[in-house]
Design a protein around this ligand. Structure first.
Ligand code: C2O
Ligand code: CU
Length: 534
């Protein structure tokens, strides 16, 4: 059986399961079109977009073009600004407004099954890109949703069962920006002064083709490339003027975690996180950005001389990978491929002196700070325990099954839940890295298992209630100042030993919503589960 036959067969199985799921869980009206192949006549879109996943050749490195799997887009209806095509491999930026009704015709012209997830967006189950809705080559899926999210930066990417890592690696990624009335009143830097930066690490063959294969070590720690691309370009340089800019940064890497810092050592000012603008600007010495997380920065280039340069870097930190742990002990040199090694991401060159520039607002977006009092059932905390069994990471002791959920994964609709994400379970080795330093075998085991995990929850954005570091040791000290714990989030980095509590609303939509590790290799290996909201 060829790979394609196999995938096709598996796909058909899921399609059948999907039909079943939609009918048993009471989606009667959608059961007849469970794959959403046709537009809903009652839905009146303000914006209509055709989005196609297809193979393409793009120029990334000097020399031969690189074959990629990419999204191309076309605006069918709505304001011209609703879609912005970018040179290179990234899908078009979808510029949406809160309250807009959006219809997206998604065509799969690639030889593999594919499904698109609108990461960060609060949409119904059948519009969310659950892997059960993957379509094959030549098929179409119609997404229709109202934009409920506030102003901010989200993104879209493939979410195909066990193929997400490879498909995202091959470029099935694009950004979504959302604006709303509150934001428009703020006079933040816009148009040429509002710059999206998608950071991804890759590995190329000598013929400039993307290299993706997983050794045992890479399967465990996730794929780490040795070439950092920003917006699909290596050694990216952005010409700027002496004024303020808004940078919307997405970590679109499979597994690499960045510790953002300016090359001149100046502090970083954040104005937004995954879920949109912060309540007020906040300043950090560095910012940790794990896969799928977004951060919006405010940067002021005034006072810099023409011709000078400021670089955004990833600073060194203790990456907890087994390779690094062992390498250090054996005195090996840190290489760029290690998690936590230093590198330049993008350089800004000052090309022009200008004087007018907006001021940093004192307050940004109104955010109601959630507290334990808002939780619907204060006696119950929903657990997300990171575990490992037979060299496979799991959540609450289980790995992903398409439609499976347990009693504790059932969430009542329109409730606010307190969720405890724990990377500290001593039974599975979170503690072993520390406790077993005496034994050689234990040490290697411990280094392997004690990894940071970026945990993402589909559906509505959450707030971070608390972080309890497991080990207040020198490794944690290299990252702890870089966490933004205010604002709305959909992905949170949980360090080895750490326990993070969040409060998350589950409003409006019933059905299956994923939660998983956004280290894409971990997600594909099964570190993913469903919540069933009903
Ligand atoms: Cu960014 Cu479930 O995904
Ligand atoms: Cu993980």
């Amino acid at each position: 059986m060829t790979n394609i036959d196999f995938n096709r067969r598996r796909f058909l199985q899921y399609a059948a399961l999907g039909t079943l799921a939609t009918s048993i869980s009471g989606f009667a009206s959608t059961a007849s079109r469970n794959l959403n192949q046709a537009p809903n006549k009652a839905f009146k879109p303000d914006v209509e977009i055709a989005l196609t996943a297809q193979m393409a050749e793009v120029s990334i490195l000097p020399g031969a073009a690189t074959r990629v799997l990419k999204y191309t887009g076309k605006l069918l209806k709505g304001p011209q600004t609703a879609i912005k095509r970018l040179p290179g491999y990234l899908g078009p930026i979808l510029n949406l407004e809160q309250g807009q009704k959006v219809r997206i015709f998604f065509y799969n012209q690639s030889p593999e099954p594919c499904v698109t997830h609108w990461h960060g967006m609060h949409v119904p189950q059948i519009m969310d890109g659950h892997p059960m809705y993957a379509i094959s080559q030549g098929e179409q899926y119609v997404y229709e949703f109202e934009v409920k999210n506030p102003a901010g930066t989200n993104w879209y990417h493939s979410h195909t069962h066990e193929m997400t890592a490879r498909q995202v690696y091959q470029r099935l990624t694009g950004l979504i920006t959302i604006t709303d009335e509150d934001e428009r009143r703020l006079d933040l830097p816009s148009s040429e002064f509002d710059i999206p930066l998608v950071i991804q690490d890759r590995r190329f063959t000598s013929g400039n083709q993307l290299h993706y294969s997983l050794t045992m070590r890479q399967r465990m720690q996730g794929f780490l490339g040795n070439t950092i691309l920003v917006n699909g370009q290596h050694n990216h340089i952005i010409p700027v003027k002496t004024r303020v800019y808004r940078l919307r940064i997405l970590n679109g890497s499979n597994a690499r975690i960045y510790k953002l810092g300016w090359s001149d050592g100046s502090p970083i000012t954040a104005i937004g996180t995954d879920g949109g603008l912060l309540e007020k600007p906040e300043t950090f010495p560095c910012i940790m950005l794990s896969p799928a997380e977004r951060v919006e920065l405010w940067v002021d280039f005034s006072g810099h001389k023409t011709g000078s340069e400021l670089a955004l870097q990833t600073l060194p930190y203790q990456g907890f990978s087994m390779g690094m742990g062992r390498g250090r002990r054996m005195g090996m040199q840190e290489s760029v491929a290690d998690q936590g090694s230093k590198d330049t991401l993008v350089r800004f060159t000052i090309i022009e002196q200008i004087s007018d520039s907006p001021k940093l607002p004192d307050t940004l977006a109104p955010i109601r700070r959630l507290t334990v009092k808002d939780v619907s059932n204060p006696d119950k905390t929903v657990p997300i325990n990171i575990g490992m069994h037979r060299m496979t990471f799991n959540l609450n002791g289980r790995i992903f099954e398409m439609l499976d959920y347990t009693e504790q994964e059932k969430i009542p609709l329109n409730t606010m839940q307190r969720i405890r994400i724990s990377n500290a379970n001593p039974a599975m080795g979170g503690g072993m890295g520390r406790g077993m330093r005496g034994g050689q075998g234990g040490r290697i085991m411990g280094m392997m298992i004690a990894l940071p995990h970026p945990i993402h929850l589909h559906g509505q954005q959450f707030q971070i209630l608390s972080r309890k570091p497991g080990y207040a040791d020198s490794a944690y000290a290299t990252v702890k100042e870089g966490f933004i714990n205010s604002g709305w989030k959909d992905t949170v980095l949980v360090m080895p030993g750490e326990e993070v509590e969040i409060i998350k609303p589950f409003m409006d939509y019933t059905g299956l919503f994923l939660y998983h590790c956004h280290n894409l290799e971990h997600g594909d290996m099964g570190m993913m589960r469903n919540f069933f909201v009903s």
